[in-house]
Design a protein. Structure first.
Length: 302
C-alpha cells in the first residue's frame, strides 16, 4: 500500500462521448506512465469508424507513441478507458489479421451498444474518475479483473495468442456488462429508428446545456491528467513514480531512521521514477525539490 502526503481530488465525470482532444490527453498520460517520463505527443492512427453501423460514430482512438508502442482509448466514458496497448510495437491497421480485426470489431459493437444502455457503469465511471490509478493497474496487472475471470478458457487462450503474436495486451472487454453476442448481432437500421417513438423534446437552452456539460467534462479530465498536487503511483514491486504539476529537480530518499539511500536529479520532465529494489522492507520518505523551490515529502512502503 502506498501512503502519500499529497492527495489528488477529482471531480465526477459523467458518462458521455470522449472527444479526440480528450482521448489524446489520456493517451499522453498513458505513455508518460508507461515510460516513467514526459513523452512526445502521440499520433492518432485509427478511429475504427468503419466498424460501426453505417460509420455513424467513432468507437475508439488508437495512438502511436514516437517512443514506441500504442494505446487504444475508448470514445465513450460509459466504457473502460483502455482497450489495448503495446509497450514495443506501433499499431498498423494494414497489418491486422482476421482475429485482431474481429476483436476491434467486437470492441466497436460493445461501445455502440453501451450508448443505448440505461444501466450505470459503476466500474467504468470509477476508472475515468481515477485515471492515474486505473492506468497503473492496466500496465501492471491488466488481467486482474472480474471481466477477464468471467471469460471461458477458449476466449482467454485466443486473447493470449493474439497478445503473444503481436506483443500486445488486449483487454477482455470494452464494457462491464454482457451486451454483445456476435451470433445475435444485426445492424441497427433506419426502419428501427422510424418504428420507435423518440423520447426527446428540443428546447431553446439545449445547445447551451450541452456546451456546459462538455466544459465540465473537459475540466474534470484536465484535473485528473494535470493535477495541481503531486500524485504517487506504485508500479509494482518496489517501483514508484510521482507526477508533478511542475518540474522536479532533485529526489532524495531516506530510510525511516534518517539515512539517505538514494539521490537522483531530473531535468525537462514532470515525472519522478525510482526503484527501491535491494532496500530492506519498511517505510521510506521521498523528498523532492521542484524548479520553483517547493519541497514535497512522501511516505512510501517497500
Amino acid at each position: 500500500m502506498t501512503l502519500v502526503l499529497a492527495m489528488l481530488g477529482v471531480a465526477g465525470m459523467h458518462a458521455e462521448t470522449v472527444s479526440q482532444k480528450m482521448a489524446s490527453r489520456v493517451a499522453q498520460a498513458f505513455f508518460n506512465t508507461m515510460y516513467g517520463y514526459e513523452t512526445q505527443r502521440p499520433k492518432l492512427v485509427w478511429n475504427g469508424r468503419e466498424l460501426t453501423t453505417n460509420r455513424l460514430f467513432t468507437p475508439f482512438y488508437i495512438y502511436n507513441s514516437p517512443q514506441g508502442g500504442f494505446v487504444a482509448i475508448v470514445a465513450d466514458s460509459k466504457a473502460f478507458p483502455v482497450l489495448a496497448y503495446s509497450r514495443v510495437n506501433r499499431f498498423d491497421k494494414a497489418m491486422l489479421g482476421d482475429r485482431e480485426r474481429d476483436q476491434f470489431t467486437r470492441f466497436a459493437r460493445e461501445v455502440e451498444l453501451i450508448r443505448y444502455d440505461s444501466r450505470i457503469p459503476d466500474k467504468a465511471k470509477h476508472a475515468w474518475e481515477n485515471l492515474p490509478e486505473y492506468i497503473t493497474g492496466v500496465l501492471g496487472n491488466p488481467y486482474n479483473t472480474d471481466e477477464y475471470r468471467r471469460l471461458n478458457d477458449d476466449v482467454k487462450r485466443e486473447i493470449e495468442d493474439m497478445d503473444r503474436r503481436n506483443a500486445w495486451i488486449i483487454m477482455p472487454t470494452a464494457v462491464e456488462f454482457d451486451l454483445y453476442r456476435p451470433e445475435q448481432y444485426r445492424d441497427y437500421t433506419l426502419d428501427d429508428v422510424l418504428a420507435e417513438e423518440v423520447p426527446f423534446t428540443f428546447y431553446d437552452t439545449f445547445i447551451e446545456e450541452i456546451r456546459q456539460e462538455e466544459a465540465a467534462r473537459t475540466a474534470a479530465l484536465e484535473k485528473i491528467l494535470h493535477p495541481v498536487e503531486p500524485v504517487v503511483h506504485r508500479l509494482g514491486g518496489s517501483h514508484f513514480s510521482i507526477d508533478f504539476p511542475e518540474e522536479p529537480r532533485v529526489l532524495r530518499v531516506y530510510s525511516i531512521n534518517g539515512s539517505r539511500v538514494m539521490e537522483k536529479t531530473f531535468s525537462g520532465q514532470n515525472v519522478v521514477a525510482f526503484d527501491l529494489t535491494g532496500q530492506p522492507s519498511g517505510f521510506y520518505v521521498a523528498m523532492v525539490l521542484t524548479d520553483n523551490g517547493k519541497v514535497y515529502g512522501f511516505k512510501v512502503y517497500r
